[in-house]
Design a protein around this ligand. Structure first.
Ligand code: FES
Length: 194
């Protein structure tokens, strides 16, 4: 005789409910892991994808970075999971190819085939649009006109920015630029960034 309240049908319902609950838990864990990966700063060996425009989320190759620019605005991407680290805009990276002979020694040591990487968020109040001055190898922030010399570690040449753009070491793997280390300095800005 079946005990009241534990009919086979009810057991099946409970089993299904338990399974569904565990499924939700597992899905929640995966979502949390994905969110963590998307928020994480660039990690060594990450590839780069375009941050916006018609080619958003497409892989950035050497062919996409012509000599003397213009810079590409990118996000890092985990090469194994293909997760793009776009949860924080402070993960945006400017990539531009310059003549290696124009780079100072520290910048050249971090560069790969003349390609340099920097945080794409202005250290003043956090704008992330740029005007490119190819002859000088300088990016200018249109918000308050700070200028950063990408040949020389993105040091500030003019304007109110209080510090250089953090640099990101690079390597070339299989014909594409990849992250070679962590940001040197903290990406962010002076009024609420970080
Ligand atoms: S936000 Fe770039 S100069 Fe002010």
């Amino acid at each position: 005789m079946t005990r009241q309240g534990w009919s086979p049908a009810r057991r099946d319902v409970l089993r299904l409910a338990l399974g569904a609950g565990l499924g939700f838990c597992a899905a929640g864990r995966v979502d949390a892991q994905d969110a963590g990966a998307r928020r994480a700063r660039p990690q060594p060996n990450d590839r780069f994808v375009f941050a916006g425009g018609l080619r958003k989320n497409e892989l950035v190759t050497l062919a996409d970075l012509p000599p003397d620019g213009p810079p590409a605005v990118t996000y890092p991407m985990d090469p194994a999971t293909k997760i793009v680290r776009d949860e924080s805009r402070l993960n945006q990276v400017l990539l531009v190819r310059l003549d290696p002979s124009r780079l100072n020694s520290d910048t050249r040591a971090r560069a790969a085939e003349g390609i340099v990487g920097y945080s794409a968020v202005c250290t003043h109040t956090g704008c992330d649009a740029w005007d490119w001055q190819p002859a000088a190898g300088v990016v200018k922030c249109p918000c308050h006109f700070s200028e950063f010399d990408l040949k020389n570690g993105a040091q500030v040449l003019n304007g109110p920015a209080p510090r250089r753009l953090p640099a990101l070491p690079l390597r070339i793997v299989d014909g594409v630029p990849v992250v070679g280390g962590v940001f040197i300095g903290r990406p962010g800005f002076e009024t609420g960034g970080g």
